[in-house]
Design a protein around this ligand. Structure first.
Ligand code: BG6
Length: 474
């Protein structure tokens, strides 16, 4: 029929009714298939503990997509023709054998390619058992290629991530393992490299001679929401800093790769990670928003951090002596992800006191979301007398230039199917990132309270004052 000769791969999603699958992954698959203009290159098999049949799962997704305003004709057709479900019950070997059988039936029945993506949208602690079981039952041995996708955090700390890695490498080669950090799927995050390495004007200033400090902020308005069970064991350092913020940092700080491909890009990122000096516990601030312990499912005595700020240094020729300040938190004043590159003051203040080096000028703010764009702040003379300087800006906004940006998960799904690992995290990156953060987790920094809707705990401001700096834009 219509699909003959077309390569359709099977996308097996573990945790198919969970938060991540429902809210991010499945909508992205839907958007991705839509962007393929009617040609749908994948069939979804949801796997979960709930006892739903194919139709039960389709109804579940129909309700969810309707609530989100995504339910159009393409979506209905997608759900009807390309979505299946297997309930895993208690998850014993028999259940997994049943799954394996179903996978083969679907592949044969629909004439699929035999290529399988196994996407584990699961809490980190459940992953080792699931991997063992699915491998034992043969789910990972199709007639085509198999790729396995893991969500961050990869492990829980250095030793658990090494154990997980060893387990995966028992059964999969590194080029089959896709560690997702959805920040790398964001156009604006990828653009950090393109912007740096295709414009000499900024790259020539991109070092310790001209940059005073760099700040990376990922602030969220949302709280823990319905994710208590996941979040309270994880906290902000594992949920955001160890992966998303560190990925942004490596792209901001890395050297130009020899070529633009996965091995070269990952190699340069690892070099940055290995050049970061051990982070001192006193340079880390943890916070928890007031009311967190009243959220549904959160223990009353939880010490989980919902905010984290820290200072680190990269010891190499380019960055020696330049502090990097990172911060992220939930229930803050507004949702914004940005990189502030704070340039040095002029060596001599000719127009004193008018050009008292302020934080507002000599600043490049790269906004990764929302309102994606660049703002370069600089001082100009106001017309007339007496002499006065005023900060002005040059601005660029993605939306004005390009309209809506593609969904990061959609981009990454396309890369998984195409076998391109450039935007995925390597085993080395994961290990070196945990090597940095595990001592902090073990030191258990004090957790300071902060008001919901604020900029986080005051102690994070004091952290910067200690280094004679302050947060840009505050
Ligand atoms: C996820 C974290 O990886 O990223 C969430 O687990 C967080 O806690 C989310 O809310 C933020 O992603 P985005 O794309 O909304 O910035």
């Amino acid at each position: 029929g219509k699909w003959q000769g077309v390569v359709v791969d099977l996308f097996i999603i573990f945790g198919a009714t969970g938060d991540l699958a429902r809210n991010k992954l499945l909508p992205a698959i839907l958007a991705y298939t839509r962007s393929c203009k009617g040609y749908i290159p994948l069939t979804v098999l949801g796997v979960g503990r709930r006892d739903l049949g194919d139709n039960g799962f389709r109804d579940f997704l129909t309700r969810h997509f309707r609530e989100r305003g995504l339910l159009n004709n393409i979506c209905r057709r997608f759900l009807r023709e390309f979505v299946y479900y297997v309930g895993l019950g208690s998850g014993g070997p028999n259940d997994y054998r049943g799954l394996s059988k179903r996978v083969m039936e679907i592949e044969q029945g629909l004439g699929l390619s035999g290529n399988r993506v196994i996407y584990l949208a699961l809490p980190p602690k459940t992953i080792p058992d699931v991997v063992e079981e699915l491998v034992a039952a043969g789910v990972s041995r199709g007639s085509g290629w198999t790729r396995i996708v893991l969500e961050k955090p990869f492990g829980y700390d250095l030793s658990s991530s090494e154990t997980l890695d060893a387990l995966l490498h028992n059964y999969f080669k590194e080029d089959q393992i896709y560690r997702i950090d959805h920040y790398l799927g964001k156009e604006t995050v990828q653009n950090l490299l393109f912007f740096r390495f295709s414009n000499v004007v900024f790259e020539s200033l991109w070092n310790r001679d001209w940059i005073d400090n760099i700040q990376i902020t990922v602030s969220e308005e949302i709280g823990v929401g319905s994710r208590a069970a996941y979040y309270d064991e994880i906290g902000a350092l594992r949920d955001m800093v160890q992966n998303h913020l560190i990925q942004i940092l490596t792209l901001v700080a890395m050297e130009m790769p020899t070529t633009f491909d996965a091995p070269s890009v990952r190699y340069e990122k690892v070099k940055v990670l290995r050049s970061i000096q051990p982070i001192l516990p006193e340079d880390v601030v943890f916070g928890q928003y007031r009311g967190y312990t009243d959220e549904p499912g959160i223990p009353k005595d939880s010490k989980c951090e919902t905010y984290s700020a820290l200072k680190l240094e990269i010891s190499n020729l380019r960055w020696q002596g330049v502090p990097f300040f990172l911060r992220t938190g939930k229930r803050l004043k507004r949702r914004v992800t940005r990189v502030d590159v704070v340039f040095r003051c002029t060596p001599r203040a000719l127009f004193k006191p008018f050009d008292a080096c302020s934080l507002r000028s000599n600043l490049l703010t790269i906004t990764l979301q929302p309102d994606e764009g660049f703002d370069l702040f600089f001082d100009v003379k106001m017309p007339g007398q007496p002499i006065r300087l005023e900060t002005q800006r040059l601005s660029f906004r993605y939306e004005e230039a390009f309209g809506e940006l593609p969904d990061p998960y959609g981009t990454l799904i396309g890369d998984i199917l195409a076998g391109d690992q450039t935007l995925f995290v390597s085993a080395d990156e994961v290990r070196d990132s945990w090597r940095l953060f595990t001592p902090i987790l073990e030191a258990r920094p004090k957790v300071f309270p902060y008001e919901p809707g604020s900029n986080g705990p005051i102690e994070a401001d004091e952290l910067l004052s200690r280094f004679g700096r302050s947060w840009a834009g505050s």
